[in-house]
Design a protein around this ligand. Structure first.
Ligand SMILES: NC(=[NH2+])NCCC[C@H](N)C(=O)O
Ligand SMILES: [Mn+2]
Ligand SMILES: [Mn+2]
Length: 352
């Protein structure tokens, strides 16, 4: 039933990613239809958007699941572009270490310049992957890296336009003045919204330039939203589906509404920014800001599989896997959940 619904959806929407028109759900059918799918993998081992050590090990932990081989086994052409390394070699230091200067931004943003200069480099790298004709998968790293990934995606596109599906327990819509923490992983979405970007300090050359009208962003999974963020969501009318909406409507309906609203297209491709903390901590325990009452892995998969089926996905972020948190088993479990989500987004899942 689920598969049939997925296929009929696929039939109604133009799918830019799949070369084949086959909608067979057999593993052979999938394998054939993945031919022609070209993916670029980028690691973004950056941790200065938050305070916990270990999130810079996220890309390696996800790679250690064997994800690249699994994709290749399904016929996907995957190129590993390696990591965009942070400038200094002290990236593993706790970011609130006494000796580590915080370099606050004008509104108290922690590591303001380090976050933005890193993201400027990341943005160019994302552009490079996309210009190679590949769907760009960026594995973080903390969520501040979405400043660079979305910027790179939007500004590579001739019209400078994308739509963004943000899957997260948090809205990440703070500015320096509304943020309760000063952590920039709680701010990336706001940098891209034209109506909010004037609240943000920029680098001297103007980076990052905003690219999203409020109608080009939609949220799924919210359950820990700060007061200032709630005010922005309400005032700007940004489409957002929290956990109560998921309870009431079911995830298939929630994603369908988000995708209808965003209507990704060839000229306005879809960027999915998936924070692993959207999942319940029982599913993904090794993450820095866990919030109970979250998505099951199945619900997370419904989000990405429907996004896949709808087509036009140009880039995907998978962030906030921190293998230093919890037990080694927790870390492996979390990395595996991340793998499932990425596979679901790229090939519609592989183990069903
Ligand atoms: N990407 C994340 N995990 N963000 C968590 C943000 C938490 C909180 N809203 C803050 O701004 O500090
Ligand atoms: Mn989050
Ligand atoms: Mn986030």
């Amino acid at each position: 039933m689920a598969v049939r619904a997925l296929c009929s959806r696929q039939a109604f929407r133009l799918c830019s990613v799949l070369a084949s028109t086959s909608s067979s759900s057999s593993s052979l059918g999938r394998q054939q239809s993945n031919r022609g799918l070209r993916v670029g993998f980028l690691g973004a081992p950056f941790n200065k958007g938050q305070r916990r050590v270990g999130v810079s090990e996220g890309p390696q932990a996800v790679k250690d699941t064997g994800i690249i081989t699994s994709l290749q086994d399904l016929g996907v052409d995957v190129k590993d572009y390696g990591d965009v390394e942070p400038d200094n070699n002290n990236n593993n230091k706790p970011t609130d270490d006494a000796g580590d200067s915080l370099h606050l931004g004008p509104n108290g943003e922690r590591h303001f310049e380090a976050v933005l200069t890193y993201n400027q480099r990341l943005s160019s790298k994302v552009g490079e992957v996309l210009k190679d004709g590949r769907l760009c998968v960026t594995v973080g790293g903390d969520h501040s890296i979405a400043i660079g990934t979305i910027h790179g995606h939007a500004h590579t596109n001739p019209e400078h336009q994308v739509v963004v599906l943000w899957v997260d327990a948090h809205a990440d819509l703070n500015s320096g003045t509304t943020s309760p923490s000063g952590n920039m992983h709680g701010m990336p979405a706001a940098f891209h919204i034209t109506n909010l970007s004037s609240r943000h300090a920029k680098l001297q050359d103007g980076f990052p330039q905003p690219s999203l009208a409020t109608i080009h962003l939609a949220y799924i999974g919210l359950r820990d939203v700060d007061k200032g963020e709630r005010a922005f969501l309400d005032q700007l009318g940004i489409v957002n589906y929290g956990m109560r909406d998921v309870d009431r409507l079911g995830m298939r309906e929630v994603v369908a509404r988000c995708l209808d609203h965003l209507s990704p297209s060839t000229t306005r491709p879809l960027h999915v920014s998936f924070d692993i903390d959207a999942l319940d901590p029982l599913e993904a325990p090794s993450t820095g800001t866990p919030v109970r009452g979250g998505l099951t892995l199945r619900e997370g998969l419904v989000v990405v599989q429907e996004a896949w089926a709808g087509g036009h996905m140009g880039a995907l972020d998978l962030v906030e896997v921190n293998p230093h948190l919890g037990t080694p088993t927790d870390a492996a479990y979390t990395a595996h959940a991340a793998k499932e989500i990425i596979m679901g987004a790229l090939v519609g899942g592989y183990s069903q």
